[in-house]
Design a protein around this ligand. Structure first.
Ligand SMILES: [Fe+2]
Length: 378
């Protein structure tokens, strides 16, 4: 096995993460090889292993579990199967290995115990406040659908890693991601790419004032977050929700268990490199707690968070993976954010398997020692 750099366009000056592994067969992995892979995932955040078309869903599940052997529940538990959840429409568990989810676009037949399923690649049309015109989409313009980590963010802790496996990729035509936020930014990508940003880089590029603030801030996620935002609409950049008062009121949500509500630090410590990652799922946030005091105003919370996170998704910071059939990508789900991308046509076909497991461990906060170099005099 050998690691090598991912070839990226010269424009990607902010991408200091991602690595490719060659000479690896995931169906025949020794313990020593697994340990190398595990270390590489936490060190480089995104690990690409090509030519794994022969890998079964069972093997993908076992590989995923090896990173967190004590747990066995899919990252979203079963909450994502609730019809109204914004997650439900994108994922179908495989009958034989329910922790592995089938996702993609087009109709699949006789697929690992699924007789027939019509898959839909998530489209910004069902989620963003504003939409591209049909002409623009036909001409190959698209958007980042939703920047996120894979996590229930209620009751269950975020998975450590996610494995994403390309069974069949669509035609490799190019698309142009547009930000449509007045910035004039855009990015050339492969149709159906997965876009990643590094939480460590997102932290690095914050101003000293914002770093200091981030250390003092905890993030409170909403109860049943994906139901809560099921009628809400996102920014044109896919980075969080526009405040329009469309969140479901508590009475319309299932009963809330206070102890299941998740409050995490804004910054998480990488277990291998010790680096500090800015790690927030912007859509699911209900409040920020700064110096122990809740902000208590959703509009303000989102504005502040957007200001903190927006630089991280500048085009130069994005690793847009160029998928090939048989690619297994393992990413550090607690160290990156990622987004679905692409406007697929009716006759495009995309078949993927995804697996992650809700961890028993909470994310680790940076220590007081880690914080010291960043404290500003107040
Ligand atoms: Fe995801």
């Amino acid at each position: 096995m050998q690691f090598r750099n991912i070839q990226l366009p010269a424009s990607q000056t902010g991408v200091d993460f991602g690595v490719e592994l060659v000479g690896c067969d995931l169906e025949n992995l020794t313990e020593e090889q697994f340990k190398e892979i595990e270390k590489a995932v936490y060190t480089h955040q995104v690990l690409v292993i090509r030519n794994q078309s022969h890998v079964s869903p069972e093997t993908q599940y076992k590989l995923t579990k090896r990173f967190d052997p004590e747990v066995d529940t899919y990252g979203h538990g079963t909450s994502h199967q609730s019809k109204k959840s914004v997650i439900a429409r994108d994922l179908s568990p495989l009958p034989g290995v329910p922790q592995v989810q089938l996702l993609g676009h087009g109709t699949v037949h006789n697929h690992h115990g699924i007789e027939e399923r019509k898959l839909n690649h998530p489209s910004h049309r069902s989620f963003h406040q504003t939409q591209l015109s049909e002409e623009d989409e036909k001409a190959g313009k698209t958007r980042f659908y939703r920047w996120h980590m894979d996590a229930a963010l209620y009751e269950l802790n975020p998975p450590l890693i996610t494995t994403l496996f390309a069974v069949q990729t669509p035609e490799h035509r190019r698309e142009l991601v547009v930000y449509d936020d007045g910035s004039d930014q855009s990015m050339d990508v492969q149709l159906g790419t997965t876009a990643f940003i590094s939480g460590a880089h997102a932290f690095d590029i914050l101003s000293p004032e914002m770093k200091d603030l981030a250390f003092r801030t905890q993030v409170k996620y909403a109860a049943h977050p994906y139901l809560w935002i099921s009628k809400a609409r996102a920014h044109s950049t896919g980075l969080g929700i526009v405040s329009e008062g469309r969140e479901l009121p508590k009475e319309e949500l299932p009963p809330i268990k206070e102890e299941a509500i998740k409050i995490y630090p804004m910054l998480w410590k990488n277990p291998v490199t010790g680096k500090i990652h800015l790690q927030v799922h912007p859509c699911a946030v209900e409040d920020l707690i700064i110096d122990g005091k809740p902000v208590g105003d959703l509009n303000k919370v989102r504005e502040l968070l957007y200001q903190i996170q927006r630089p991280a998704i500048n085009p130069e910071n994005i690793l847009a993976h160029e998928w090939e059939d048989g690619d297994m990508v393992i990413f550090h789900n607690r160290g990156v954010l990622h987004s679905v991308v692409g406007s697929l046509r009716d006759d495009d076909k995309r078949i993927y398997h995804q697996c992650n497991l809700a961890s028993a461990k909470e994310p680790e906060a940076p220590s007081e020692e880690d914080r010291k170099p960043y404290i500003l005099a107040h």
